[in-house]
Design a protein. Sequence first.
Length: 277
Amino acid sequence: MPEGPEIKRLATRLDKVLANQSLEELRFSYRDLARYNDRLRAQKITQVDSRGKALLVYFESGLTLYSHNQLYGKWLIVRKGKKPKTNRTQRLVISTSRHSAFLYSASNIELLEPEDLEVHPYLVKLGPDALGEETNWEQVYQQLTSPKFEGRSLGALLLDQHFVGGIGNYLRSEILYVCSLNPVDRPKDLPGKQKRTLSKEVLRLTEQAYLTAGVTNDLSRVSRLKEQGLSRSKYRFAVFARAGLPCYECGEKIVRSETNGRRLYSCPVCQPSVRSG
């Protein structure tokens, strides 16, 4: 499933080609949304943005197109007149004079009035957006120290969109590694300094992933690995998807575990549990 940085990068690309352009085509495949085709085609899109893992397309009338890719949804952008080669099911196409944006396979698509947007079940429960312009580390710290979250294991907590929006599987492993934190530990087990470090790294590493198209490894290390001729798949992560390979810091083998049915990677030496014993 795409994580916050991937959805944010997509929103940036869609905003660049769709915002403030006259629409030549807008067509929903869902019958209950198709009745909006003519109405929306006569409008302009004012902005495309993201919140957590949701994509939001704002129309000048006040309507907002909400979509969540979940596991299978995918947006593709092509030159006008072309169509992507795919076997996926088309859900929506939006075209300007120069570009077409196709949404495939997504099952969670809604058109929301302004008042509905503020009470949408996903958005209303979403924690601070890890890539939100107004989100700061103090807000993340408040979440960590709240009674609702402080007793949860970090491995489970970081995937909870009610805690912080936009963090997914690879970011979870990478954030915990950078902070030298064990997935079984809880916020209330940590001293204040570690909680502050975690709060800051949640935002810093998520922003790095956005700016670098998903690279979460230390950037100076990435430069060295590139010079050695390694491919992106080899230098992208510090621990994620590196089970059995040596830790970059201590040389111990990275281990894979399961938390909430999702794979998680860590270093048993660099990430000792503060709850051991």
